[in-house]
Design a protein around this ligand. Structure first.
Ligand SMILES: [Zn+2]
Length: 177
């Protein structure tokens, strides 16, 4: 597992901070999302905002998101079963920005909340998951963040090659039938 994770294009990121996963769902699917319930996911692009302030920082957390063999724990782990991570946006910065980033993602044209409460069980956000028909552009997001948080460092991006992020295909250990 460690070797597999080290091959991911995020292993060398040093530090803690906030990230967005860009997830591609190729086919509509109905899946169980932990205790939140059973939901229909449209084909399209989903952006998920999170933060990594635990041991290992961004590399460990995002690496876990990219891994395919794992115990399903967070809402996003369930969505990973039907999606591919195509890119990761992140910033190494000590202020937790995940809630602001989720809100700003939602303000974008064409953005919508696919599932209220997804990833936001512990906060007041409508959702930490945002739906788009087309992949959102990082340049637009950067401008918006810079406008709101001028002191924050520039947001970096890692594009994840298709082979590095296979869908789980509902075969991992967990609550799937
Ligand atoms: Zn939040």
């Amino acid at each position: 597992m460690a070797d597999q994770q080290n091959n991911f294009p995020v292993a060398d990121i040093r530090g803690r901070g906030t990230y967005v996963l860009i997830l591609q769902v190729a086919h509509p699917a109905r899946i169980q999302v932990g205790r939140l319930g059973c939901f229909d996911f449209r084909a399209g692009v989903y952006a998920y905002a999170g933060s990594a302030f635990g041991p290992g920082g961004l590399a460990a957390r995002v690496g876990r998101h990219l891994k395919t063999e794992k115990r399903l724990r967070w809402h996003i782990d369930y969505l990973r079963g039907i999606s591919r991570v195509s890119a990761v946006w992140y910033t190494v910065y000590p202020v937790r920005r995940e809630h602001d980033w989720a809100r700003i993602l939602l303000q974008r044209r064409g953005a919508s909340v696919p599932i209220p409460g997804f990833g936001s069980s512990d906060c007041r956000c409508k959702s930490h998951l945002v739906y788009f028909q087309h992949t959102p552009k990082i340049a637009t997001f950067r401008r918006k963040i810079r406008c709101c948080f001028a002191e924050d460092p520039r947001i970096d991006q890692r594009v994840v090659p298709a082979g590095k992020s296979p869908a789980l295909c509902l075969t991992t250990r967990g609550d799937f039938q």
